[in-house]
Design a protein around this ligand. Sequence first.
Ligand code: KMH
Ligand code: ZN
Length: 312
Amino acid sequence: MSRDFDKTIVTCAATGSVHTPTLSPHLPVTPEEIIEHTVEAAEAGASIVHVHARDPETGKPSSDVGLYRKMAKGIKDQCDAIFCPTTGGSVDRTVEEAAKVVSELEPEMATCNLGSMNFGLYPMARRIDEFKYDWERDYLEGTKDMIFANTFEDLEKLFPIMQEAGTRPELECYDVGHIYNLSQVFRDGFTDAPLRIQFVMGILGGIGTHPSDLVHMKNTADRLFDDKYSWSVMAGGRHEFPVCSLGVSLGGDARVGMEDNLYLAKGQIAETNAQLVEKMVRIIKDVCGKEIATPDEAREFLELKGQDKVNF
Ligand code: KMH
Ligand code: ZN
């Protein structure tokens, strides 16, 4: 992939649906907390903010579009970061439920997951003796017998909804097969260039976090999509910073945040998402020698419709 744009786009994924509140007392849960974390992350250099909703009382992942609308508005009132909600984060919702955030809010970007897979969160439950909320243990342990389903039929439903809303999909590829799945739906005309891929590394059920894993993902996408795509990378847990640093060195963009990783360093829990973004920004500037893209620079590069065309 050739890339004229030489700045790096940082995404902050502030809360997600992988971690549960007991794993970090700092995980933002209410719309107000998520807004505060993402606005601070944007001030620290994130030009895209990726958001999941959680039940404000219990912290459980939620598909309530009202919560998404509240967060989207709150973030837009305070900063110009690109709002990119999930369409797949919670494992137990249908494609129709997940797509409502797109058809109702018409955001500039939203995620789109490219394949079905195991999604094992259950090892995290072993670290905890006592959970804060009743749902957490079952939620994590239940992933031992759970399939994260994103079938071709689901994709063929989701892409037209995105197209209709003018929302650019952020194409989540958790393994090499997902890149081939994307190639199929791209050739079938369900989504257009420029493609924006997120390489998701280190989910139990997907590809690992070894440097050669990332190089293999990139080489495969280069071969299949050449200059029709750009990419960002994220990695779970302690692999976040090493893998993102490699990704930026290879010409990609980086995603950090509490959705993927709760620690700034071994034994040092992050208190805010902005701290994770600040660390990534330092690495990008000081180690990789690159500059950080502003939200408007990211919009132009990713060919987004603009903040004035969203419905929130
Ligand atoms: N939860 C991450 C592993 C999404 O939200 O649709 C990937 C993700 C996908 O962020
Ligand atoms: Zn997500």
